[in-house]
Design a protein around this ligand. Structure first.
Ligand code: XMP
Length: 513
């Protein structure tokens, strides 16, 4: 595979992968490595520049993360972001200390100095801050390019060497012109900026072929975009070495099993449909803790896959399991490359049993949802499949608060299809990034036909997002919400109250569990 033009060394920020993604958007092939990526390997990869990411630590702590200081002698352009900038300042003899008040959220950049790093960036441009430490004293030969209300050293540069630092996060979507700043850095590095999704496809096909060799692969699909793209990618790279499997775990939405089977028939990719409803539902009996549910489901999936793999191995041993893990699943479950914090374990990452008999093939691990859709389009997948809302691997189990059982699943399925059908009927489905119902298992009093009811509650959730890492409540028309609420209450016996979830992410998450 081609060498990356820019290396990102990860100190554990939740947004490190967004740095790579913004660089991909401006045509730069980038790879992320842990902060302690060995110097010999960096030399062998011969990148044109290096970015040091943000991270949760403090450079002056005894537990701080340090990259090899020799990185400063490589004579390569270096850009430090947040902790990365503080590390550069610290390593070069400046001073970093705890800020009097932490700074999270929007700030305005006041440009003090013309510099190619900030070329084209308007004064007062909004940038996204997230830091508790700040630079107090610059190292020798550094100059300040911009400041903000709380950060006097918001953008800095060495006067004679290509070393730069940003206290804010240019990779965040909230930094209005952050992509332009990263593109400016790529230009300072002399990058060609010609990389595109077709190159990613070619690289991935080659990488899958190299990784797998002549082995056989089991590819698990859920019918969602991610796993369907993986299946198409594996089918393209490995032809009949891949077996595509769909597990009906009993936690699917109404008619989902048939829809998935038809979709793969149209794609002419052979599909094994496995019925494992009893296994999943019996294991989930009595379980209410969200993390436990996720783990049980993760384990049950692997059990079913391994059993099928053994069966299919009669025609040649299956050694790999391909899945549609995306970057947001990885970053919120485990530390991807650096030391980041765990938010929740997504079933296809954190829930895996430690000892698994299949090796994992996760070709989308570095991508975000919208990039996966672009890749799917390159692979020729139909628009109707690519435009489907995301659906989580643990399915409806994480949309039922409390115990998952057949009556609850039935209630949720009915309500959910009323909501989704209404979104389609009123032309709103493609206006939102994801929409679904949650069964709250909160009982309240109502009145229907002069009779008292004491029934369950449905929450409607609809969000706008671009990658699932952050999201906002979708401002659906109020009269539409009212119509959906009425339909659910009138058509689903057992539901007498419907609420609309207006929480954004953060502080909430998109799913309720
Ligand atoms: P959260 O709830 O973490 O969701 O804000 C972000 C996006 O990820 C989906 N999601 C999952 N997808 N396995 C998946 O494949 C999971 O365990 C999982 N949990 C959440 C969620 O639907 C949203 O699109």
């Amino acid at each position: 595979m081609a060498n990356p033009e820019i290396l990102v060394l990860d100190f554990g920020s939740q947004t490190t992968q967004l740095i790579a993604r913004r660089l991909r958007e401006c045509g730069v092939y980038t790879q992320i490595y842990p902060y302690n990526h060995p110097l010999e390997q960096i030399r062998a990869q011969a990148p044109k520049g290096i970015i040091l990411s943000g991270g949760p630590a403090s450079v002056y702590d005894s537990q701080a993360y340090h990259c090899d200081p020799e990185i400063l002698s490589l004579n390569l352009p270096l850009l430090g972001i947040c902790y990365g900038m503080q590390w550069l300042v610290h390593a070069l003899g400046g001073r970093v200390a705890r800020a009097l008040s932490q700074e999270f959220g929007r700030a305005h950049l006041e440009n003090l100095h013309d510099h190619p790093l900030l070329a084209g960036i308007e004064n007062s441009s909004v940038v996204w801050m997230s830091h508790g430490d700040r630079v107090e004293v610059l190292p020798a030969d550094f100059e300040v390019l911009a400041q903000s209300g709380h950060a006097p050293f918001c953008a800095i540069a060495h006067k004679h060497q290509p070393i730069y630092g940003l206290q804010f996060h240019p990779e965040s979507a909230h930094s209005a012109q952050g992509g332009r700043i990263l593109s400016n850095f790529a230009q300072l590095c002399g990058c060609t900026q010609e990389w595109n999704m077709q190159d990613f496809l070619t690289q991935q096909i080659q990488s899958i072929q190299n990784q797998v060799g002549s082995d056989r692969v089991l590819c698990a699909v859920s019918g969602g975009v991610d796993s369907s793209v993986v299946a198409a990618l594996c089918a393209r790279a490995l032809k009949e070495q891949v077996e595509v499997v769909f597990v009906d775990h009993g936690l699917l939405r109404a008619s989902e099993r048939d829809q998935v089977a038809n979709m793969f028939a149209d794609l002419q990719i052979p599909l094994h449909v496995l019925d494992a409803q009893d296994l999943f539902l019996s294991r989930l009996k009595g379980v209410v803790d969200p993390e436990k549910k996720r783990q049980i489901i993760g384990h049950a999936f692997i059990e079913v896959f391994e059993q099928k793999a053994r069966e299919l191995s009669k025609q040649g041993v299956i050694k790999w399991l391909a899945q549609g893990t995306l970057y947001p699943d990885v970053i919120e479950s485990v530390s991807a490359k650096g030391p980041s914090a765990v938010i929740k374990s997504h079933h296809n990452v954190g829930g895996l049993p430690e000892k698994m008999n299949l090796k994992l093939l996760e070709p989308l691990r570095e991508l975000f949802k919208d990039e996966v859709r672009a890749l799917g389009a390159r692979l020729g997948l139909p628009e109707k499949m690519l435009a489907r809302h995301p659906f989580p691997g643990p399915g409806l189990a994480i949309r039922i608060l409390g115990e998952v059982n057949t009556p609850s699943l039935e209630l949720l399925r009915q309500a959910d299809s009323i909501f989704i059908d209404a979104l389609h009927a009123e032309g709103l489905y493609h206006e939102v990034w994801q929409a679904f119902c949650v069964l709250l298992n909160v009982f309240s009093v109502g009145v229907m036909g002069d009779k008292r009811t004491y029934d369950n509650t449905i929450a409607l959730r609809a969000v706008q997002a671009s990658d699932g890492m952050s999201a906002q409540c979708a401002p659906l028309p109020f009269d539409f919400l009212e119509r959906v609420a009425n339909s659910i209450i009138n058509q689903v016996p057992g539901i007498n109250r419907v609420v609309y979830d207006i929480t954004s992410k953060p502080p909430g998450t998109i799913e309720w569990e």
